[in-house]
Design a protein around this ligand. Structure first.
Ligand SMILES: Cc1cc2nc3c(=O)[nH]c(=O)nc-3n(C[C@H](O)[C@H](O)[C@H](O)COP(=O)(O)OP(=O)(O)OC[C@H]3O[C@@H](n4cnc5c(N)ncnc54)[C@H](O)[C@@H]3O)c2cc1C
Length: 411
């Protein structure tokens, strides 16, 4: 099988490649080749270039500052950016643009779209995601953050946890219980909350890697305007599920490229350690190579559906389960290849706590060790492996539903 794009799509690809060639430095090796301050400076400048060229939110309609691109064009942009190992935006844009922006386009009022979408693109508002709580992760509908209407505003009390990049954000989209008497899924609303107020307290959590990428967020009489409900009062569950679809959206286009890049770097590491001919290492490398190729075809299947207008629903769980489980195996292999050096990591740690390090990385042991540790979280965030299996079983394969806590098994 040799899948190809149409001539029209390939012409668009050349346009994107020309843009990257014109805007990136001539000696560009990938964001992973930059260090410390260089990275922050580059990402800030690059984000402005993308906003200018309308590549920051390629799928949004032009009237809101987006690129108005077709699904296929968006796929091509994502692929070319991933190949060049160049970011598609700033650190919190995945929350602001991909998750919230796309969700507002579907569920927001005209006023919400007109106010928030331009502010997301300009960087005036920086967003994070407030879904999980100490007693509501996999079982999200058990959430207890309470929102009570007091005149023209909601008053929020409770706690969120695992809020990625919450310390960098000034706004949080959050799920809150607005009707405590309604059945669990029915009494939830999706609220937009400004974090710059005394009632919000963000406390970083230290991760296994030593970094503090995520946080606890405490709400003590925090407020937001009455009209900041998205998608209607007590309809937050439907809005939340739309957003989760976007959370898993682009991976099909970019992950096979990122994981192929990581595999190529692993081969370089193996050669540098002189173990590439070791029969057991070769066998494990071959297994990883096969998995990356399958990931590519799995991605193509999702992309084919996406370009036909089908957004990843429950079947997106197959891809999530696949890459996150694979990543733990390949990074374990990397640590075995790094050997004793992996126990005393040196050099630059990974640029991101999620998935692979970026192309151009210096193959430091700190990069491999950090990626190995971060990969442990891959089978937890965006829905754990066990939950993906339940979703695939129940919603894709149509198997019987597992008994829910409130629905005791029939005798
Ligand atoms: C790095 C990272 C970043 C994150 N970022 C964010 C963020 O920005 N915003 C946010 O809101 N959340 C975020 N999360 C939270 C994430 O969504 C939750 O951790 C996840 O949904 C799992 O919930 P939990 O941690 O409460 O585990 P639990 O739900 O308590 O699960 C514990 C274990 O039980 C298993 N389990 C639970 N229910 C079932 C079942 N029905 N059947 C079989 N097994 C089951 C799970 O698979 C897991 O192994 C992040 C998490 C991580 C690790």
């Amino acid at each position: 099988m040799q899948p190809t794009y149409t001539a029209e799509a390939e012409a668009y690809r050349e346009k994107v490649q020309a843009f990257l060639a014109e805007k990136l430095p001539t000696d560009w090796k990938g964001i992973g080749a930059l260090n410390g301050d260089e990275i922050t400076r580059f990402v800030g400048e690059w984000r402005a270039i993308l906003a200018d060229a309308r590549y920051l939110a390629p799928g949004w309609p032009a009237e809101y500052g987006g690129g108005g691109l077709s699904a296929l064009e968006q796929v091509i942009v994502a692929e070319e950016f991933a190949k060049a190992s160049v970011p598609t935006g700033g650190s919190n844009d995945v929350f602001g643009i991909q998750m919230l922006g796309n969700t507002l386009l579907q569920w927001g009022t005209d006023e919400q779209k007109a106010y928030y979408l331009p502010r997301i693109l300009s960087g005036d508002d920086i967003w994070c995601q407030g879904y999980s709580e100490p007693n509501a992760g996999s079982d999200l509908s058990n959430l207890g953050l309470k929102a009570t209407l007091d005149g023209d505003q909601w008053v929020l009390n409770g706690q969120k946890i695992w809020t990625s990049a919450g310390h960098l954000a000034d706004h949080i989209f959050t799920l809150a219980r607005t009707d405590p008497d309604a059945p669990r899924h029915k009494g939830i609303s999706f609220l937009l909350v400004d974090m710059r107020q005394p009632g919000i307290d963000v406390r970083p959590i230290k991760m296994i890697s030593g970094e503090s990428e995520f946080n606890e967020v405490f709400y003590t009489d925090a407020v937001c305007p009455k009209e900041n409900v998205v998608g209607g009062l007590n309809n937050g569950w439907a809005v939340a599920m739309t957003l989760l679809g976007y959370e898993r959206g682009e991976a099909a286009a970019t992950f096979p490229l990122k994981f192929q890049g990581e595999f190529d770097r692993l081969l370089t590491l193996a050669r540098s350690k002189g173990v590439e001919k070791d029969p057991v290492i070769r066998q494990r490398l071959a297994w990883c190579y096969g998995k990356v190729q399958m990931m590519r075809y799995l991605g193509m299947r999702t992309l084919t559906q996406f370009t036909k207008g089908h957004h990843p629903g429950p079947d997106g769980g197959i891809f999530k389960l696949y890459w996150s489980e694979y990543h733990q195996v390949v990074t374990e292999l990397a640590m075995d290849i790094a050997g004793l050096d992996g126990l005393v990591p040196t050099g630059r740690p990974p640029l991101s706590a999620f998935q692979t390090d970026d192309g151009g990385d210096p193959l430091s042991t700190a990069s491999w060790a950090g990626t190995f540790l971060n990969s442990r979280a891959g089978t937890i965030y965006a829905g754990s492996s066990q939950i993906q299996k339940n979703i695939i079983g129940e919603m894709v394969l149509g198997l019987p539903k597992e008994p829910r806590p409130q629905e005791p098994r029939a005798q």
